[in-house]
Design a protein. Structure first.
Length: 282
């Protein structure tokens, strides 16, 4: 099974997405749903996908579970829930009891938008993560270089938990990279319980001037650190449309991974996502 482990659905006419207010995001400020994604998956040989949270609202998580219940190709939901809520455990149990609740595989929060670089290390957040892991769910790190030290400490604090790093922590590709990102990714990978999504990289480059060769050094470094068993493909559709079509993004990442060996490519496009999220597939 070929899996796109990171895609989104949204409708700005029905809900507020504060991160989408920037003028340069106007091209994607419209509704995107399962009917829009289905032909792209078929055209690009993708069998299934994981839909990932876009806003801090339980209503969105509930909606994604309904979509997953009605859409066979959506095999997992990484939703949002308030990690600082003392009743988080009960909330997660309620979500899992909903139609589609069996497809809730992880929780995510937009940590890189928090003012506090150490937000993940707050006592209430760590207590919330305990509730997440007690229910055998994964946690997705949405962080940049600034928040990586807190992510490293968090992965070390929960050695039996499963973490997934989104977008390889958004390396500064447009600026040519940084030693700080390189070193911190190395340290995070050393934890051993973190998988890394090779997703969202083209939109960290110059949108109008990128190619697979410019992404390759960052994919190579992630592969060197995480190994072939902990790299995961994700399109980051429809955010990726800012830089290229679904096919262009998939082709570029596939080309990068293929240069690292056929085993790396094959695992990144399916098996590693199954392991990270404990997906149940036919």
């Amino acid at each position: 099974m070929i899996i796109d482990a990171h895609q989104h659905f949204w409708d700005p006419a029905r809900a507020d997405y504060p991160w989408m207010d920037a003028p340069e995001l106007a091209p994607i400020r419209r509704a995107f749903g399962p009917a829009d994604l289905a032909p792209l998956l078929k055209a690009n040989g993708i069998d299934a996908s994981i839909v990932v949270q876009c806003r801090s609202a339980l209503e969105e998580t509930e909606e994604f579970l309904r979509i997953a219940h009605a859409t066979p190709s959506v095999i997992g939901v990484v939703g949002w829930a308030d990690l600082t809520d003392g009743d988080l455990g009960e909330t997660l149990d309620r979500l899992r009891a909903l139609p589609g609740g069996d497809k809730l595989v992880g929780i995510r929060h937009q940590v890189h938008d928090e003012l506090d670089a150490d937000w993940l290390l707050r006592e209430d957040v760590q207590r919330g993560l305990t509730a997440v892991f007690a229910r055998d769910l994964a946690y997705d790190f949405l962080v940049r270089t600034r928040e990586l030290p807190a992510a490293i400490a968090t992965a070390q604090a929960f050695p039996q938990a499963r973490f997934v790093l989104d977008h390889a922590a958004k390396p500064p590709i447009a600026d040519g990279g940084s030693d700080e990102w390189t070193d911190r990714i190395t340290a995070l990978a050393a934890c051993g319980n973190v998988w890394c999504k090779i997703s969202g990289l083209a939109t960290e480059a110059v949108w109008s001037d990128w190619n697979a060769e410019r992404l390759l050094p960052f994919v190579e470094h992630a592969a060197k650190c995480f190994g072939e068993d902990r790299l995961i493909f994700g399109s980051d559709w429809p955010v990726c449309l800012l830089a290229g079509s679904y096919g262009e993004i998939k082709g570029a990442l596939e080309g990068c991974l293929a240069k690292l060996g056929s085993g790396v490519r094959e695992k990144a496009f399916g098996g590693n996502a199954k392991a990270a999220y404990r997906l149940v597939t036919a």
